[in-house]
Design a protein around this ligand. Sequence first.
Ligand code: AMP
Ligand code: GLY
Length: 418
Amino acid sequence: MRVLVIGSGAREHALVLALSHDPTVTALACAPGNAGTAAVAESYGVDVADPAAIAARATEWDADLVVVGPEVPLVAGAADAVRAAGIACFGPSTEAARIEGSKAFAKEVMAAAGVPTAQSEIVDNPAKLDAALAHFGPTWVVKDDGLAAGKGVLVTSDRAAARTHAMTLLDGGHPVLLESFLDGPEASLFCVVDGTTVVPLVPAQDFKRVGDDDAGPNTGGMGAYAPLPWAPPGMVKDVLAKIIQPVVDELAARGTPFSGLLYAGLALTSDGPQVIEFNCRFGDPETQVVLPLLRTPIAGLLNAAATGTLAAYPPLEWSDGYAVTVVVAAEGYPARARAGDVITGAEAHAVLHAGTRRRDDGAIVSAGGRVLSVVGTGETLTEAREDAYRRVDEVHLAGSHHRTDIAARAAKGEVTAP
Ligand code: AMP
Ligand code: GLY
């Protein structure tokens, strides 16, 4: 099977590495990729926001399966374009990708399917903002209704700050979603879906704030670990029954079945699991910790989803133990990331590349906010943490920063489900 991966982050590096271990994969390419994927897969340029260009690249390269990493091409219709070219695609149609592309659409689907989520209100007119803010609090959750790469959300107990953030979004022409605050530990559950059948992967937790102890602004994600030692037995089964299957069934009943990776961002509250958000693709950085634990070859699994044959697929096999990833970010990230700094110590397979490129002189340099996603594994979460941080210490990038507390509380047994 010839497999083409679309995207250029550490998530795509993790996908390419996992695909390279599948004996059924005879050729592997990544477009546009980065300096890390180029070591494992052929590299091609492509504009990820251009579905026709992606389909043309897949046709030209004679791909049997296209795996789309990021949300932007999916929301734009990349999977439809690839399928229209007669090539199997792992990723939802533009209609089904609205589950991530529009938070208002996701809320409407959840309401129709009876899925638990935060109360919400859309504000598209500044004159209605103050009345809407009065319906929420003492903690306000203010979101951009469209795609914002994880950075459009403000959670604050400061009403003035909530108002300022909402006004900034509205001034930029973006409708605002206000939500009730969901308390409880968060979990990310990835589900492989073929339109009807759902196959869950192990749950993970990511760390969205830039600083230790969840200080500072939201980012695309600064680290993650899997599985969750604190998750109650039966948690995944419960989420499948109450949340995932009803949403998959609702989208199928509407004639817009979801095929690809349905990612539920959950808050495990005292009232049970509630949805914070859905994404229509693998999460970053959670993919970097989930895939190293999966022993089942991944190309067959993704191809089964793409071809509607998941029901006949054998149960997944997992390694015992844990994985932890720590994101090494460029100076200034998330506000303004500095690029062009030389990176050393990033050659190992456990160092996944995100924003990197190879300079003409052969040096690997930073080319994005999140530069590397360093992965550690171990029999215990503590060992996996130590492995990850040992590798982080071997990496050198001037001005870089990373969190020092990824998975620390869970490893100490300080995270508990309600
Ligand atoms: P989102 O982009 O919707 O995933 O939100 C980013 C982050 O903001 C989430 O991972 C949560 O940590 C936080 N968040 C979003 N919505 C809520 C909510 N309703 N209650 C509590 N925290 C939230
Ligand atoms: N880890 C958050 C995301 O991928 O959206």
